[in-house]
Design a protein around this ligand. Structure first.
Ligand SMILES: C[S@@+](CC[C@H](N)C(=O)[O-])C[C@H]1O[C@@H](n2cnc3c(N)ncnc32)[C@H](O)[C@@H]1O
Length: 295
């Protein structure tokens, strides 16, 4: 790709298309282009409509080409932007935590639409960037929301997000696979009241699927957020479901995001552990992705 010097609008857009075509769909490229104009060049969406004859300045072209270089180097666009919208919230996004996914927004939406009485205590396990806990704190303003997460870097990011959004979520560093540490934290957390909603999107991709994962995910997102051992893909679900059972209120509900191939196994695990009314839900891609269970 040649460095654009005072490049014409259409030429610059075509250069971007050409450079990204092998990695992105046309609608993704269109979205990236619009966000570059809005976010980096401060050109409003209305102004963008009548820009056909615009000539980019050398400085503007440099900015666009710099972004293009990073995208070609397989850096996620959300990291370049430094932010992502999640369930109406603007969250900081960087390599410290997993980039929140659309199916996780669907899980949050399921919780919001199903919750009839005001929840008081909510726990998000494996909270990462804080996307789920912050969205629930925004939706249920009377609730105290907690997040458990093992990665210190992810906790720092979630705390920065909470501060920026002025949402009172409390994040704790807890290893949910260490049953003693997990139980001790739950005991402390529930002194003032049992949990009404527990939600988790834990790591659930077996290592054997690594080959099928995009390079930009492998290179730029934390492996500990994604992968589980091939021989025990339900590792997190078992520990979380067992651990939280005594700490759920009588009407308490557990929500999980799952790997579509292991959703039935996870459902059976919940039934074996004594959960009732276990419901499953597909994501917008048509894959079985979410579970809801009661005590
Ligand atoms: C799939 S990500 C989900 C992050 C966030 N909730 C979301 O939906 O985007 C799983 C998270 O679990 C965290 N994690 C991994 N092992 C953990 C453990 N043993 N205890 C607690 N959290 C853990 C990872 O650091 C990561 O942030």
């Amino acid at each position: 790709m040649t460095e654009g010097e005072g490049t014409d609008f259409k030429v610059q857009k075509d250069l971007l298309k050409e450079a990204l075509m092998s990695d992105f769909s046309m609608s993704e490229i269109q979205q990236i282009w619009r966000q570059i104009l809005t976010h980096f060049l401060s050109i409003s969406p209305i102004e963008q409509i009548s820009m056909g004859d615009h000539q980019f300045s050398l400085q503007e072209s440099k900015i666009i080409n710099g972004i293009l270089k990073r995208l070609k180097n397989k850096e996620p666009f959300q990291h370049i932007l430094g932010e992502i919208e999640f369930y109406g919230l603007e969250l900081k996004s960087d390599p410290r935590a997993l980039i929140p996914r659309p199916e996780t927004e669907e899980l949050v939406h399921w919780i919001v639409e199903e919750t009839r009485t005001k929840p008081l205590n909510i726990l998000d396990i494996c909270s990462g960037s804080g996307c789920i806990s912050l969205a629930l704190s925004q939706a249920f303003q009377d609730a105290q929301v907690y997040g458990y997460e093992l990665s210190r870097a992810a906790i720092d990011l979630s705390e920065e997000n909470a501060l920026a959004l002025k949402l009172p979520v409390v994040f704790n560093c807890v290893d949910v696979l260490d049953i003693d540490e997990f139980t001790t934290s739950l005991k402390k957390q529930t002194k003032l009241g049992l949990l009404d909603i527990v939600v988790s999107n834990p790591p659930y991709i077996p290592c054997k699927e690594k080959e099928a994962i995009q390079e930009l995910v492998l290179k730029h997102e934390p492996g500990m957020a994604l992968f589980v051992p091939d021989e025990d893909p339900l590792l997190f679900y078992r520990s979380i479901a067992k651990g939280i059972l005594p700490f759920l209120s009588t009407s308490g509900v557990l929500y999980f995001e799952c790997h579509y191939l292991y959703l039935e196994d996870t459902r059976n695990l919940l039934l074996e552990l004594g959960f009732t009314n276990v419901e499953k839900r597909k994501d917008l891609q048509g894959k079985w992705r979410m579970l809801k269970a009661q005590k």
